[in-house]
Design a protein around this ligand. Structure first.
Ligand code: SF4
Ligand code: SF4
Length: 194
């Protein structure tokens, strides 16, 4: 991976000279997995202009698309951007080609896991897994338990303690988890997506 000369900010340009093409037909693979045709991208950067999380990304959303168009999928899979994206859809709402960027990012995250690519933001992956585990147990997210498990996993006990206390005081953190009534329907949904 190319060292980022601007920590915590995206690259101004992609210098492809040192990046080797890895998986031919990457754009077609994204199309197959997500139904998103990234070859429609015009690189107008409307998506990047609206994305609220670019300061935490190493590539802009359209740069990730560019990497895939150049078959540089391994570089895309190693990027922080695919894990920083929160699927808020701000980008796709502004895209003149109606490209579903969050769906493409989702597919890239799945591909990164399937191909054992080193995860650029492992704590974000851990958070995703904890939310998934909560839904599997209760059919809902039990925020207090997710927060507790996340703290134990990352061993970061105090960084946002005040926020947690505020949530608790404002009744945003239930102690007893709420569960869905129809467990069979939940199991059917979960097994359909395994
Ligand atoms: S807004 Fe759409 S067309 Fe423009 S750069 Fe982003 S993905 Fe490409
Ligand atoms: S969906 Fe992802 S890439 Fe698009 S604006 Fe939101 S965070 Fe940025």
């Amino acid at each position: 991976m190319i060292p980022n000369t601007k920590p915590n900010t995206y690259r101004e340009v992609i210098d492809c000279a040192d990046i080797k093409p890895t998986i031919p037909g990457a754009a077609e693979a994204i199309l197959k997995h997500s139904g998103v045709n990234i070859n429609l991208c015009l690189h107008c950067r409307c998506c990047a202009g609206g994305c609220p999380f670019t300061a935490a990304m190493d590539y802009l959303p359209n740069q990730v698309i560019r990497l895939i168009q150049f078959d540089l999928i391994e570089e895309a899979l190693q990027s922080k951007t695919i894990w920083t994206c929160v699927a808020c859809n701000t980008c796709s709402a502004q895209c003149p080609m109606a490209i579903d960027i969050p769906a493409a990012m989702d597919t890239l995250r799945q591909l990164a896991i399937q191909h054992n690519i080193p995860i650029a933001e492992p704590n974000i992956l851990a958070f995703h897994q904890l939310i998934k585990g909560s839904i599997e147990r209760y059919g809902r997210t039990h925020k207090a338990e997710i927060m507790l498990r996340y703290k134990l996993k990352t061993r970061d006990y105090f960084s946002d303690m005040l926020t947690g206390l505020r949530m608790f005081v404002n009744h945003k953190l239930e102690v007893i988890p709420s569960r869905v009534n129809d467990r069979t329907a939940l199991n059917n949904i979960l097994s359909a997506h395994r």
